[in-house]
Write a protein that binds this ligand. Structure first.
Ligand code: PRX
Length: 651
């Protein structure tokens, strides 16, 4: 063990080299590694010039004079919607952009021409409401094609969008809208979820009581549920676009103009508005989408089964695939509705060739059983991807055998909201994979594992994952908080971007991501901050103090365990337990609902008053506790531990 304090005992010896057949046809050949390593700025600039259509080609490349506020191709001019749509229309307007499948079973086939018409009409609609370049637009919708239309329309007129995941609560909308002073909020009446509906517009109504910056709320009709519309403020999508033309002049955007803000959890309760700009982001998206997923626009049917509300959907459902003129599948619902074979029936029906999903989903498929995929013809699949959290070797093998029929390469892709595009991943056709390892940085990206002092660890050791060179799709800052940008990402290790993850580098130089090292949990592949859940709990009148940890969970990766101290006059009870869990779901969203709550008269604290979360994590995961004599209140630990034990035996 190095002095990083991170150790990985996992030993994995299975190797999966690419087949000759796959290697021969792969977009990425071994020489791209050399090209990326030789001169990373020249490599990325070549990608930018070859893969992107510029209104004005850049003459500048990487500007690192004001690090860590890096700029890429700052004097270039382009429009991303133009790159995703217009440039494909002359020869490929009839090509399908999205095969969309609604949860209730309705379907739509949307060509590039139709998508372009919809985007132009909606962009004109936004302009008619007074939205101009630089105005912020918040989007809170389900997985309908109009979500992509809304994003592209914003990109077309230069209005930065901020998509808020449809599973978040009204309070989460408020935080995000207020932080950026969004002018318009786009939503749906509701969203389908396992046969019932989520009241998206009602949530917006609640939120808009506290968001004075919102001038208009545009509502797309999806579920036809009852909603109220406020005269003058609320506008139906179909009314807004009814008389609009399908021609909307794209705004000429500077490469460093803001494309979107996407909020993500950090170690404080306040979400961080991650800023992505135009030229660098689209270059990263298009290049990685082509090389990592080996996209053949003519023949592939590609499916990223994520939600557009997360960065995975931004980059690999909307921007990367469209700019690469890909045919994608987009699915509105959950994998187990109406039956647990839903994904596999879609793969069979549409002949999906590339599937990109998350370990949490793969573990659920494993639990449901191999008979579901077996009952369908999955022979069209040729490549599988994984993202969001470490994939256990067992899950990797199951994915390989039961979904990939043992003949599809698997790309385990490590990246973050902040990185914008894939950073560490095999290149299918080049890289020999090891189940559970994201393998190596892709060409043009430089990753190193370092110890506490910032010194690269020797092969075979664990430490902290850092990125040592800037990359095009990197975040530019945290919206409104440059200091937090510097302190969160660039202060831990001089000259390095610190990702917040632990990693091990093995004897072959392969990277094994070990998960977060800060107080951020990873629930089903989504980052939730312990602080956010704690703040939500403490906002309940019964709660005096709380500490939240992510405990290992065989299905969701981590599960939220909350330790709660009640205010005087309140008694713990099953009802209060339910109420608190519900309270968190209302405050943040169902994804943050604690799996269990442990009531305790006190929390274990150091003598300086710091809550010992690491100890609580050990308790939650039933590990031995080691030395606790430095605690101010050591006696509380055994009481909490026996409660946790009692809860486990109830499970
Ligand atoms: O801990 C890492 C984990 O997800 C975090 C980023 O979360 P988010 O910004 O929500 O983006 C998720 C999708 C890009 C990382 O810091 N993570 C992501 N991909 C992997 C992963 N952990 C292990 N292996 C991965 N392939």
């Amino acid at each position: 063990m190095t002095d990083s304090g991170i150790e990985s005992l996992l030993q994995e010896d299975r190797l999966f080299p690419p087949s000759d057949e796959f290697a021969a046809q792969a977009n990425a050949q071994a020489k791209v590694y050399d090209e990326g390593d030789d001169d990373f700025v020249a490599y990325w600039t070549r990608q930018a010039l070859e893969r992107i259509t510029w209104f004005k080609e850049p003459t500048e490349t990487l500007d690192d004079s004001n690090a860590p506020f890096f700029k890429w191709w700052a004097d270039g001019e382009l429009n991303i919607a133009y790159n995703c749509l217009d440039r494909h229309l002359e020869t490929g307007g009839d090509k399908v952009a999205y095969h969309w499948i609604g949860e209730p079973g309705d379907t739509r086939t949307i060509t590039y021409q139709q998508l372009s018409d919809d985007v132009n009409r909606f962009a004109n609609g936004l302009r008619s409401l007074g939205v101009e370049k630089g105005d912020k637009v918040a989007i809170y919708m389900g997985m309908v094609p109009e979500l992509a239309v809304a994003m592209l329309a914003c990109a077309r007129i230069g209005a930065p969008h901020s998509v808020i995941f449809g599973g978040f609560s009204a309070e989460s909308i408020i935080d995000r809208v207020v932080d950026q002073d969004a002018k318009v909020l786009i939503t749906c009446d509701g969203a389908w979820r396992r046969g019932s509906t989520i009241p998206l517009k009602d949530n917006c109504d609640t939120a808009m009581e506290s968001t004075p910056s919102i001038e208009h709320c545009i509502v797309y009709e999806r579920t036809k549920q009852d909603i109220s519309m406020t005269e003058g403020r609320d506008v139906w999508w179909h009314d807004l676009v009814a008389d609009q033309s399908t021609n909307c002049e794209p705004e000429v955007m500077g490469a460093e103009d803001l494309l979107y803000i996407l909020y993500t959890s950090g170690t404080t309760a306040k979400p961080k508005g991650i800023m992505h700009t135009t030229g660098g982001y689209i270059t990263g998206a298009v290049t990685t989408h082509s090389l990592v997923f080996d996209i053949k626009p003519e023949t592939d049917v590609y499916w990223c089964a994520a939600d557009i509300g997360w960065v995975t959907g931004h980059t690999y459902i909307v921007y990367g695939p469209l700019a690469n003129h890909t045919t994608s599948v987009m699915y509105e619902g959950t994998p187990d509705y109406p039956e647990k074979d839903r994904l596999w029936s879609i793969v069979e029906e549409y002949g999906v060739t590339i599937l990109y999903t998350a370990p949490t989903a793969i573990r659920a498929f494993m639990k449901w059983g191999a008979e579901y995929p077996k009952s369908r013809d999955l022979s069209s699949l040729r490549l599988l991807g994984s993202v969001g959290e470490p994939i256990n070797p067992e899950a990797w093998m199951w994915y390989h055998e039961h979904i990939g029929s043992s003949n599809c390469p698997i790309v385990d892709t490590w990246w973050q909201t902040e990185t914008g595009s894939i950073m560490i991943s095999p290149l299918p056709g080049v890289t020999t994979t090891k189940p559970g390892s994201a393998t190596k940085a892709i060409p043009g990206i430089a990753a190193e594992v370092v110890d506490k002092a910032g010194v690269p660890v020797p092969l075979g050791s664990g430490g902290f994952l850092t990125i040592t060179k800037p990359w095009p799709a990197m975040l530019r800052s945290i919206y409104g908080d440059d200091d937090r940008y510097i302190s969160t990402y660039w202060s831990e290790y001089e000259g390095r971007y610190f990702a917040g993850d632990g990693a091990k580098i093995d004897e072959d130089g392969y990277l094994w991501i070990l998960g977060r090292v800060d107080d951020v949990m990873n629930i089903s592949g989504h980052r939730i901050s312990t602080m956010e859940v704690e703040s939500a709990l403490v906002s309940h009148p019964a709660v005096a103090e709380s500490a939240v940890v992510g405990a290992a969970d065989s299905l969701t990766g981590q599960a939220i365990v909350a330790f709660v101290t009640l205010r005087r006059g309140f008694e713990d009870s099953d009802d209060l337990n339910d109420e608190l869990r519900k309270h968190v779901a209302i405050k943040i969203g169902a994804i943050a609902r604690p799996k269990s709550i442990i009531f305790t008269p006190d929390l274990p604290k150091t003598r300086s008053g710091k809550i010992m979360r690491r100890l609580l994590r050990d308790i939650s995961e039933n590990r031995s506790l080691g030395d606790i004599t430095t605690l101010a209140n050591a006696e509380i630990v055994s009481a909490i531990a026996s409660q946790a034990e009692a809860l486990r035996s109830e499970d």
